[in-house]
Design a protein around this ligand. Structure first.
Ligand code: UDX
Ligand code: ADP
Length: 460
């Protein structure tokens, strides 16, 4: 079997960074080099101060601290890393297309294609190429054709190895995966990758399939998870008008072992880089095969999610006497979930946009997201000018300062620290009536109401 001595990973983002750090940690005999075009990102990965890593993940500093400089390296020298590696992971971003055919739905594969062309140009020996980014099915075929047609006559074996880690728990998910999935045709290449994971993952959890099944499974896994969230969110609206409590419903149905308790937490809407993108991809693929019923079925998961975000904003406006104009509304949380600084597709962005249309004055506090990122997210929507966004939105580092004289507090991310705040003190400092809109059902409703808050939560 082919022995892997050197690995390169193209893309030092949320997927490539943590995954390669753990692979290096668990395989001290393999040299792992993570490369990226973004110098600033690479500098941050190399920062002496491990609290400055470019992405925040609990436990990641320890893993990087253990392996970096030993057999884990971060660099912008993409070509040398490609040239030296026996195995190359592609972990570049595949955002939804913002132009042309498939705009707003299909995945933009230009970064993948650039990688493939670069690998083809540089590689002088046989390589195993591993797709790590989320890709629409049959991308491996495109990869293979570019590599074979433009390469230097060397052999490329292509594997699909989708990532199932969730942000905020990336290190734990990598250390104890439910399964590792490897798709491919070349048995020797598959076994080479199996060996790398077998350094810490039990063999029965390493599943091998054909390429297409592996690629499709990634989209389907995310679609099923997102579908559960949209399903319970649909029920949350029903609960609000009928007097049932959505947490109680979740608990009741989750005890059915066929349903199970996970991913049944009603929320202001799912976000993150994967769910929406992967479902849109699935929908796009189904439509391209004229499978209209299939496409419509999955699209509804997104439609419901959009509805949930705007419904939350509408509820705030209606409850506050149908106007939020000039009112100080505090956003607690901006990240798409707790324990990450990632804001991609975060519900907070869309709720903010809705309230800003109504000329609310927003004050945002998130323990891990920078002001710079928050303004970037709003500017990206192009709903209003950058100046307007800075005039209407203030970002602060102190939640108590944020809540002084506020008309309303809204919970957009389920950060644990929000539960520990001195809500009695906050009540004294907010305007009366003091509204709390809990988009995560995070706070204890009974004690907040006892303190005199007008408390509203999703699904209750
Ligand atoms: C997801 C998949 O879980 C992971 O396997 C895949 O590799 C990448 O996509 P991630 O997006 O990081 O991971 O986070 P996840 O925990 O799945 O949450 C996604 C969104 O759904 C978040 O906005 C979260 O707040 C929301 N969510 C999740 C709910 O609203 N309710 C739930 O019960 C669970
Ligand atoms: P993900 O969540 O999929 O990891 P990110 O956007 O966090 O996505 O990371 C992807 C990284 O890939 C970015 O840091 C980007 O600079 C990098 N990247 C994209 N294309 C290339 C390329 N051709 N060569 C090197 N790095 C690339």
């Amino acid at each position: 079997m082919k022995e892997i001595k050197k690995i390169a990973c193209i893309g030092a983002g949320y997927v490539g960074g943590p995954t390669m750090s753990v692979i290096a940690q668990k395989n001290p005999g393999i040299q792992v080099t993570v490369v990226d075009l973004n110098q600033q990102r690479i500098d941050a990965w190399n920062d002496e101060d491990l609290s400055q890593l470019p992405i925040y993940e609990p436990g990641l500093d320890g893993v990087v601290g253990e392996a970096r400089g030993r057999n884990l390296f971060f660099s912008t020298d993409v070509e040398t890393a490609i040239d030296e590696a026996d195995m190359i992971f592609i972990s570049v971003n595949t955002p939804t297309k913002t132009y042309g055919k498939g705009k707003g739905q299909a995945a933009d594969l230009k970064y993948i294609e650039l990688c493939a062309r670069q690998i083809a140009r540089v590689a002088q020996g046989d390589k195993i190429i591993v797709e790590k980014s989320t890709l629409p099915v049959r991308t491996a075929a495109a990869l293979k054709s570019i590599l074979d047609d433009t390469g230097n006559g060397v052999n490329f074996a292509i594997l699909s190895n989708p990532e199932f880690l969730a942000e905020g728990t990336a290190v734990a998910d990598l250390h104890h995966p439910d399964r590792v999935l490897i798709g491919g045709e070349d048995e020797e290449a598959i076994q080479a990758l199996v060996q790398i994971y077998a350094a810490w993952v039990p063999h029965e959890r390493i599943l091998t399939t054909n390429l297409w099944s592996s690629e499709l499974s990634k989209l389907v896994a995310n679609a099923f998870l997102a579908q559960r969230v949209s399903s319970i969110n649909a029920i949350s609206e029903l609960c609000e008008v009928t007097g049932a409590n959505v947490d109680e419903v979740s608990r009741a149905i989750g005890h059915d072992s066929r349903i199970g308790p996970k991913f049944l937490k009603a929320s202001v809407g799912f976000g993150g880089s994967c769910f929406q993108k992967d479902i849109l991809n699935l929908v796009y693929i189904a439509r391209s095969y004229n499978l209209t019923a299939v496409a419509d079925y999955w699209e509804q998961v997104i439609i419901l999610n959009d509805h949930q975000k705007s419904r939350f904003a509408e509820r705030i406006i209606q409850t506050m006497y149908n106007t939020v104009n000039g009112k100080k509304i505090v956003f607690l949380g901006w990240a798409f979930k707790k324990d990450t600084n990632d804001t991609r597709e975060s519900a907070a962005i869309y709720v903010a946009d809705h309230l800003l249309d109504e000329e609310a004055h927003l004050v945002v506090y998130d323990p891990k997201v920078s002001a710079d990122q928050i303004y970037k997210d709003l500017d990206y929507l192009k709903t209003r000018s950058a100046e307007e966004n800075r005039r209407l939105v203030t970002v602060v580092n102190d939640p108590y300062e944020a809540l002084q004289e506020a008309h309303a507090a809204t919970i957009l991310t389920e950060w644990d620290e929000f539960k520990g705040y001195d809500w009695a003190l906050i009540k004294k400092q907010m305007k009366k009536p003091s509204f709390v809109f809990d988009g995560r059902k995070l706070l204890d409703s009974a004690s907040l109401r006892k303190l005199g808050f007008d408390y509203y939560a999703i699904g209750e």
